[in-house]
Design a protein around this ligand. Structure first.
Ligand code: 5RP
Length: 218
C-alpha cells in the first residue's frame, strides 16, 4: 500500500471520532487534506472548524465548511492533525509544513488530539526529522547561535515565511531523548515563538495507516 493510501485510511478512520454539531480543530498537511475531504464526503456535519493554516482554511471553505478563528471558538471537542514523527508515548515532531505555532495553539485548546499518520511517521525515538523552530525574524542569528550551543545544526528554511510572518530554523542533531525538557528549554530562548516538539501536550490517540489496516494507540 502506498503512503498516500495509508494516509487516506488513517484519515477516514478519524471520521468516527467526530460528532455532528461539534466545533473541531483541523491541522495541516497532506494527511489532514485527506481528512478534510473525507469529512466533507461523510454524513458527519460539524458546526465549524478552526484551521491551523491558511491552506487548510481554504480547503474547508471549498467544501462549504464554516471556518472560525481560535479566539471566540472556546474549547474544541477534538483536534485532528498529522505529524512528521510520533512515538509510542504519542509525543511528536511537527512543523514540516511550517504551521507548528497555530497547530500547538489549537492542540492546547482541544479536549482531545487525534493524530493521523502513515506508517513512515511511526518511530521508536524522535529526532531523525529536523526539528522546526519558528523564530521572529530579528532573532534569527541569536537563536541560531543558542541552538548551536545545544548541539544542534540549525538551517534557515529558504524562501519560507510562516502564516505568522516569521522564519523557521530546521535543526538537525539535537538530542531529543527527553522531549518534554527540550521542548521547554527551546521555548525559553528569546525570539523563539515555538518549536515543533509536541511532548508537553502529546496526542491522546493515534491512528496509523498500515498495509494491514489502521492501528490505534492511546
Ligand atoms: C505541518 C505538520 C504536518 O502535520 C506534518 O508536516 C505532516 O504532514 P503530512 O501529513 O503532509 O505528512 O506538522 O506543520
Amino acid at each position: 500500500m502506498s503512503a498516500q493510501a495509508q494516509k487516506q485510511a488513517a484519515a477516514e478512520a478519524a471520521i468516527a471520532k467526530i460528532q455532528s454539531g461539534s466545533v473541531i480543530g483541523v491541522g495541516s498537511g497532506s494527511t489532514v487534506d485527506c481528512f478534510v475531504d473525507a469529512l466533507a464526503a461523510s454524513d458527519v456535519e460539524i458546526e465549524a472548524a478552526v484551521p491551523a493554516s491558511e491552506a487548510t482554511a481554504e480547503r474547508l471553505r471549498h467544501h462549504g465548511i464554516e471556518v472560525r478563528d481560535a479566539n471566540g471558538a472556546g474549547e474544541l471537542a477534538v483536534y485532528v492533525d498529522g505529524a512528521d514523527e510520533i512515538t509510542r508515548h504519542l509525543q511528536m515532531i511537527k512543523g514540516g509544513g511550517g504551521a507548528l505555532t497555530r497547530e500547538k495553539v489549537i492542540a492546547a485548546i482541544a479536549r482531545r488530539f487525534v493524530c493521523i499518520v502513515d506508517e513512515s511517521k511511526w518511530v521508536t525515538a524522535l529526532g531523525d526529522f529536523p526539528l522546526p523552530v519558528e523564530v521572529i525574524p530579528m532573532a534569527r542569528s541569536y537563536v541560531g547561535r543558542e541552538l548551536l550551543k545545544l548541539g544542534g545544526r540549525p538551517e534557515l528554511r529558504e524562501h519560507f515565511t510562516t502564516d505568522n510572518g516569521n522564519v523557521i530554523l530546521d535543526v538537525r542533531s539535537l538530542d531529543c531523548s527527553e522531549p518534554i525538557a527540550l521542548e521547554r528549554r527551546l521555548n525559553n530562548i528569546a525570539g523563539v515563538v515555538t518549536n515543533g516538539l509536541f511532548a508537553v501536550r502529546p496526542a491522546d490517540e493515534l491512528l496509523v495507516g498500515t498495509d494491514t489496516g489502521v492501528q490505534r494507540f492511546t
